[in-house]
Design a protein around this ligand. Sequence first.
Ligand SMILES: *[C@@H]1O[C@H](CO)[C@@H](O)[C@H](O)[C@H]1NC(C)=O
Ligand SMILES: *[C@@H]1O[C@H](CO)[C@@H](O)[C@H](O)[C@H]1NC(C)=O
Ligand SMILES: *[C@@H]1O[C@H](CO)[C@@H](O)[C@H](O)[C@H]1NC(C)=O
Ligand SMILES: *[C@@H]1O[C@H](CO)[C@@H](O)[C@H](O)[C@H]1NC(C)=O
Ligand SMILES: *[C@@H]1O[C@H](CO)[C@@H](O)[C@H](O)[C@H]1NC(C)=O
Ligand SMILES: *[C@@H]1O[C@H](CO)[C@@H](O)[C@H](O)[C@H]1NC(C)=O
Ligand SMILES: *[C@@H]1O[C@H](CO)[C@@H](O)[C@H](O)[C@H]1NC(C)=O
Ligand SMILES: *[C@@H]1O[C@H](CO)[C@@H](O)[C@H](O)[C@H]1NC(C)=O
Length: 386
Amino acid sequence: MFQIIILLLWLTTTESVAEYPVAKPGCQATCGNIDIPYPFGIGPNCTFADSFAVTCKDSLKPFINSINLKLEVLQISIENGTVQFNNPVTTSNCLSGLNGREVNLTGTPFSFSATYNRFAATGCNNFALMEGEEDIITGCISNCGGSSPSGACQTTIPPSLRYINATVDNFKPDSSHSADRCRNAFMVDYQWFSNIDISAARDLKYVPAVLDWGYNGTCNENARFCGANAHCSNNYTFNGSQCYCNRGYEGNPYLPSGCKDIDECSDPFLNMCRPSFSCSNVPGGFNCTCPDGSLSVGPYIYCLELPNNGNSRTKVIIAGTCSGLGVLLLLICSWLLMSNGAFASGKQSCPDVEYATDDLLTGPWEAAFSSIGSFYSSSVYPASVA
Ligand SMILES: *[C@@H]1O[C@H](CO)[C@@H](O)[C@H](O)[C@H]1NC(C)=O
Ligand SMILES: *[C@@H]1O[C@H](CO)[C@@H](O)[C@H](O)[C@H]1NC(C)=O
Ligand SMILES: *[C@@H]1O[C@H](CO)[C@@H](O)[C@H](O)[C@H]1NC(C)=O
Ligand SMILES: *[C@@H]1O[C@H](CO)[C@@H](O)[C@H](O)[C@H]1NC(C)=O
Ligand SMILES: *[C@@H]1O[C@H](CO)[C@@H](O)[C@H](O)[C@H]1NC(C)=O
Ligand SMILES: *[C@@H]1O[C@H](CO)[C@@H](O)[C@H](O)[C@H]1NC(C)=O
Ligand SMILES: *[C@@H]1O[C@H](CO)[C@@H](O)[C@H](O)[C@H]1NC(C)=O
Ligand SMILES: *[C@@H]1O[C@H](CO)[C@@H](O)[C@H](O)[C@H]1NC(C)=O
């Protein structure tokens, strides 16, 4: 009656991520210094599906096999459902590189992230286009001079994009400076792009970009995708589904038992037990209970230490009354205590139980409150509790 589980509000904790298993038991969890969390994996029986298979080249660099360009993985995020990878740059007139870079993600559980990517270009008089399977999707023009001596432009991309062919061209004859002639276009992680020196980006062969990943179907189509204590969520932006640990759990929601219970009691910011309560961790939440020999006044307001002299029937009925009235009671009791010193004097004895409850139902409110007030006042004297 007095105990319920309070589920904590969704809280993300970043420091605990590394403590939880990332890979299936017996599978390689890292390549170089990059975590390879399940459903990704290295080797047979270590992935959810072949499309998540990773090759660890020279024990140093992870590559996703299912993508036609064998993209190098820089980071896999479970919480954001993203993979950061090295995206080849499309170039024109540069010392090296290739114009017309195609990435085809059709039939894979990946798509270009509209949240994290921009289509960008660098160079002078540069006309950069991103073509889809049938149409031009987007493009931008980078010009040199004035406030932008190195020339750069960027534009957002549409969601659920699975095929691109990036090209660059000049829209004016090249200037006489050969250094100005190298032009680039690329899909890029906008957070990375906003922090780099554009002139230095000119000779890069690869830039980081981000793919969304998940199951390439709805939750109904695959009940096996998420592990225990996790739930599946359809994402129509991504056109697939992703897994999340249930409230009160954290870890890898894709492993069969990857979501681990959070011990809310070990962190005062994660539980709401008031000072007089003791906290016990339960699966998916926590339990605030009053220590032995005390009872809860109202749900989770205060643990009342029971005086030893009352009989047990008294205790139960008073506690029941107090629980029922909850916050209102506490406010009234506090008010009575403050406005009338007699209640705090401890002179009044514990009320007769039948009388008190009868009064609550039928009698004058004042009498009822004064009875409760006296009980409350006795509780604020720990000395009277032997
Ligand atoms: C993969 O799992 C299957 C069935 O669970 C098993 O028969 C097979 O031997 C495993 N392969 C490897 C390489 O462990
Ligand atoms: C997840 O996304 C947030 C918001 O963009 C970002 O701050 C965080 O670094 C990302 N986490 C990972 C592991 O990529
Ligand atoms: C990419 O676009 C360029 C320029 O339009 C074109 O020449 C090339 O054939 C395209 N590549 C593919 C694979 O379609
Ligand atoms: C992209 O890949 C899919 C599946 O592999 C294929 O059917 C499609 O023709 C490819 N698109 C292009 C433009 O190459
Ligand atoms: C989903 O992925 C699997 C393999 O990973 C592929 O066989 C299937 O065609 C994909 N489905 C769609 C709708 O792209
Ligand atoms: C769907 O995925 C996109 C891109 O990964 C993300 O920005 C968005 O928050 C997701 N929406 C839901 C409802 O999960
Ligand atoms: C989403 O996937 C379904 C098949 O799973 C496909 O028919 C549909 O065209 C896709 N939608 C988008 C926007 O990619
Ligand atoms: C909460 O704690 C109380 C007292 O220890 C116990 O009786 C109750 O069963 C606990 N609730 C749960 C859900 O564990």
